[in-house]
Design a protein around this ligand. Sequence first.
Ligand code: ZN
Length: 583
Amino acid sequence: MSASGTAPDGGRGSNRSRRRGNSRNKQRSGTSPVTVTFLGGLGDVGRNCTVVEQSGKLLVIDFGVMFPDPAIMPGVQHVLPDMGWLNSRAADIVGLVVTHGHEDHLGGVPHFLRNIEVPLYGSALSMALAEHKVSEARLADRTSFHVIGDGERRKIGPFDIEALPITHSVPQSLCIVLHTPVGALVHTGDFKIDPSPVDGRLTDLGRLRALGDEGIALLMADSTNADRPGRSASETEIGATLRRLFGERSDRRLMVSCFASHLHRVQQICDAAISEGRVVVPVGRSMVNNVRIARQLGVLDVPEHALFGVEQLDRFNPEEVCIVCTGSQGEPGAALSQIAGGAHSDVTTGADDTVILSSHPIPGNERAVFRMVSRLARLGAEVIHDGHELVHTSGHAQRDELRELHQACRPRWFVPIEGEFHMLARHAGLAREVGMKAKRVLTLTDGAQITLKGNELQVRAGVPAPYHYVDGALDDPDTEVIAERLALTAGFVHVTVVLDSQGRLAAAPDIASRGWLDMTKHVDVVEALSGEIAQAVEQAIKGSRPSPDPDEVERIVRRATGRFVGTRTRRRPAISAAVVALA
Ligand SMILES: [Zn+2]
């Protein structure tokens, strides 16, 4: 993916910058340039990564994972931003700022640190979650973690950054402001504008408005919900629904599933459970971990006496328990999927249970989620999801909230980030609706680079930003390997041909196959294929000088096999061949 475009200001920018301006955006011609490189998140939901360059130094904002589409990326565990360009600039990188504790912003940090050693910056919770991850990757001893408080301003190399509180579906999310020679750059991270967040920590719109008055050079803002009209429901509305649902089911066991990082949701589930006299039992590795970390940081307030491990579940009657578990996305290894499949070592489910999915399927996960819902229903459990009740709200700003952000910031330039291309395009449209000139709104894709100098801006296709696939320990699958895997979905046929010392066929070609057809049932087809290959090889041998070239024979074998398989079976398996020449 690459961006194309020319300087939207063209040559006229320099004329404008010579004028003595009275605009909000102060004239800044002659100042040193600032370059922003987008390495991920522009064109996809996930693998977010933005890099800002000033005075020859780089500051990285987020390094997240993207969850692969198994239909087109078989066997891939996750997808990361490419490190090629970052590695080439490794000596210039002064730090990595994490906007918030979600996997698509933080999940790739251990991979990043394996390549490049830099300090990490973020809120206390983001740093605690990062530290847990980095420790698991055994990189903690060479990494420093720096907590930035709300409203704090901090120097990182030549960068002067300010962290503003912003609401989202994980506590302590930050909006990063960079005070640069070309003016303020605002990176929202993921956000919504929640008027009544669970912790009372509001988005600092006042500060954004003040920065807007002084002149924001560039706004980069979350586009995930740019398609959705209106406003997202406040997180506290979900708590009210949960309290009502819990109250109506005082004779049943409750099992509520949500993202383990959504600690305000976990807090509200715990509050509703405890007020009904239930104990809380966290289930699932990341839920247990995050509850522990969040309680240590004071982000989660659950009294010790109300919290029990899953091994103590048997001590309580069903109506005395609320399980809070992972697996709301139907992930095969996660707690709720295991429970639904009857494969969980400690928890079974049945007609005494109400299961609440306090979540919404991430695009691509719908089938897995509803397969799990059906399994739970088959076991007799009552299942409630966000199609029935307001048991979930998005963490991303919808159109009215985005408008509010734009009206506060009034930036000189705007780049929609964090979304599939159609979401970026819708967000760009919204920016024009609120009054931005079309040429100041830049819809870019991964790899694009923009340079701000004075009041001008230049766009370049920039740097390569391919997907970096991660699968197991080797971390090497490239596009070609993925293409090969896709080719194997129709099975494969492998042919072995042995030539004797005279260069003649020593035996009938041997056919092996997986996933092409049932070879015991279709013996005739396999024999016919073997015969056809033998004929093609013999013909080639006859025409060749002293002895046939094995590479040429291999090509002939593959061609004959492909022709036969295509016409006789109308299937498209992958084909390989080996030619063994006896001395
Ligand atoms: Zn997020």
